[in-house]
Design a protein around this ligand. Structure first.
Ligand code: CAA
Length: 257
């Protein structure tokens, strides 16, 4: 499929999605959100894709936020619709798909950019990356899930500080706070993401999909994550991938998923 605001490439079981609006520091306008949504849906459908790597074009930004120029004149209802539609189309979708995703944060990840990275299952950053939710400096609050996902990832106290100060964390601070798992140089960033993807590719896509669903279940109000775990654990039994995984173990060979 041809996209105007993103690049999409599938290679060796990995779908590389690059937000490609570098003149606007890869800011997320409506068209980009829709293209990312479509690309993610088609990656999830493609059984050859075992992992998604999401990054920003060029070296300055992952994504510098939602496109401020696009929403600056919105009304109250248009503002709510922007948040609602964006969350449904992209941020919730990405968090809940069965294909694991890695955000390779290669520069500024601000506002909607950090919110996009936080919707990915794994985050790594290059040492020049800067991360924050600066929305209150614009007279608005994070609207693409940032108030919830940041508190889940770093804890309520640290999230409150980041959001109310509108400050930015360096990559190493973000790692100390648990916001990113690994930090490396810019040139090592995609190779590191690929190394993680290679490990993911050895494992059962069926089981990975159920594991993502179950971990996420624990963060849904009113859902008992332990109950979901018991059900999904059981649902793995008898599937071809369970049979292959356990048979391979007993035959002392690597499983072929
Ligand atoms: N939206 C639209 N355009 C943006 C943008 C954004 N979020 N961030 C940067 N740009 C544009 C700039 O307007 C500029 O375009 P022009 O050349 O046409 O003027 C271009 O990208 C380069 O940016 P700067 O000249 O500002 O670059 P800089 O190096 O001086 O500063 C920066 C870099 C600190 C990241 C700065 O661009 C910045 O503060 N950006 C905005 C960050 C922000 O507030 N993000 C939150 C957005 S709101 C949000 O995301 C809401 C939500 O949760 C849904």
């Amino acid at each position: 499929m041809n996209y105007e605001n993103i690049l999409s490439e599938h290679k060796d079981g990995i779908c590389y999605l690059t937000i490609n609006r570098s003149k606007q520091l890869n800011a997320l306008n409506g068209a980009t959100i829709l293209e990312l949504s479509n690309a993610i849906k088609s990656a999830e459908k493609d059984k050859l894709v075992r992992c998604i790597i999401l990054t920003g074009a060029e070296t300055k930004a992952f994504v510098a936020g939602a496109d401020i120029k696009e929403f600056a004149s919105f009304t109250i209802s248009e503002g709510e619709k922007l948040a609602r539609k964006g969350q449904e189309l992209l941020f919730d979708l990405l968090e809940n798909i069965s294909t694991p995703s890695i955000a390779a944060i290669n520069g500024f990840a601000l506002g909607g950019g950090l919110e996009l990275a936080m919707s990915c299952h794994i985050r790594i950053a290059s040492d020049n990356a800067k991360m924050g939710l600066p929305e209150v400096s614009l007279g608005v609050i994070p609207g693409y899930g940032g108030t919830q996902r940041l508190a889940n990832l770093v804890g309520k106290g640290k999230a409150m500080e980041m959001i109310t100060t509108a400050g930015m964390l360096t990559a190493s601070e973000a790692q100390k706070w648990g916001l990113v798992n690994h930090v490396c140089s810019q040139t090592e960033l995609i190779p590191l993401a690929e190394k993680i993807a290679e490990k993911i590719k050895r494992n059962s896509p069926m089981a990975i999909g159920k594991a993502i669903k179950t971990v996420n279940a624990g963060f849904i109000d009113g859902v008992d994550g332990f109950e979901v775990e018991k059900k999904e654990f059981g649902n793995c039994f008898g599937t071809p991938e369970f049979i292959e995984g356990t048979t391979a173990f007993m035959e002392k060979r690597k499983a072929n998923f």
